[in-house]
Ligand binder design. Structure first.
Ligand code: NAD
Length: 267
């Protein structure tokens, strides 16, 4: 069976990687792509990735794209992702969401779509990072609150949200390991007279610069030792590969909100 995959935000950094990944994946074809109205003017998706024309033009109508696709992959911006989730809900088309920086309201629109369409959402589609989530939970479970947990991330200068969705995912995994809610223990910033660190808090630090694709470290420190788990991405291809794998995995699945641990069989 051939899976026809649509790409919203197809001219973006991730959108282009997804086109390349689909072209390199047997059993998958490009169904089409959209960009923001008034966005880059490109006639054919092939020209976005330097290949021969694919005979597929870039549009700006998400509903039309969802209607002609077996799955749609979304790496865009939160406002656009809300519109795309509504299109998934209307059409029932399998939907893969990678956009980060979503508000609880955006998240509610995706949850609603998942009642009508099978959806995979992940803050990070790489196999390595999903293993890091699992390891973080396991270590947090084993080490008590005597160990302070800090999550450090660095990304390229163009990234618009902080901390990264992946850093939040690591924080959620650590909180789950301790059987607490991240909302209750997260410390997102420190400046000035902060006072001593509170027992049990999970701290975040964000660095931005250059072309770094994505580095994440979680540290567990007590007075005597420090355990660090680190992941460094060196190609956006790892995210695109995971997203295309998720799009294929969703075929024939019931509506619902799935994660990469389901796709990778990690649970
Ligand atoms: P980018 O700015 O290069 O690309 C975003 C694209 O979306 C742009 O081309 C933009 O024109 C387009 N867009 C905006 N509004 C649109 C609309 N209404 N309809 C269609 N297209 C629209 O950004 P990027 O680096 O590709 O990242 C995109 C998102 O993906 C970010 O939130 C980023 O954090 C996230 N991301 C997630 C993962 C993951 O594994 N989950 C990996 C990398 C990036």
């Amino acid at each position: 069976m051939t899976v026809a995959i649509g790409i919203v935000g197809c001219a973006g950094r991730m959108g282009r990687m997804v086109i390349q990944e689909i072209l390199a994946t047997e059993g998958c074809v490009v169904a089409g792509g959209t960009e923001a109205p008034g966005g880059p003017i490109v006639s054919d998706l092939g020209s976005l990735v330097g290949t021969d024309p694919l005979g597929v033009t870039v549009g700006d109508d998400p509903l039309a794209l969802f209607s002609c696709s077996d799955a749609v992959i979304d790496f865009t911006v939160p406002a656009a992702t809300r519109v795309h989730a509504e299109a998934a809900e209307k059409t029932g088309t399998a939907y893969v969401v990678g956009t980060t920086g979503l508000t609880p309201e955006d998240q509610a629109v995706i949850a609603s779509a998942a009642h009508k369409a099978p959806v995979v959402q992940a803050p990070n589609f790489s196999v390595g990072v999903n293993l890091l989530f699992a390891l973080t939970k396991q270590v947090a479970e084993k080490l008590g609150t005597d160990y302070d947990i800090e999550v450090l991330e660095m990304h390229h200068r163009h990234k618009v949200d902080a901390p990264s969705g992946t850093a939040l995912g690591i924080g959620q995994a650590a909180a789950a390991g301790r059987d607490v809610s991240l909302d209750d223990v997260a410390r997102f910033a420190r400046e000035g007279q902060t006072g001593p660190r509170e027992i049990g808090e999970i701290g975040f630090a964000t660095l931005r610069g250059g072309g770094v694709i994505g580095d994440h470290t979680v540290m567990f420190s007590n007075e005597a030792e420090r355990l660090e788990l680190t992941h460094k991405a060196s190609s956006r291809g790892i995210f695109a590969g995971g997203a295309v794998r998720a799009a294929a995995w969703l075929q024939g699945k019931d509506p619902g909100l799935y994660g990469m641990s389901d796709v990778l069989g990690l649970d």
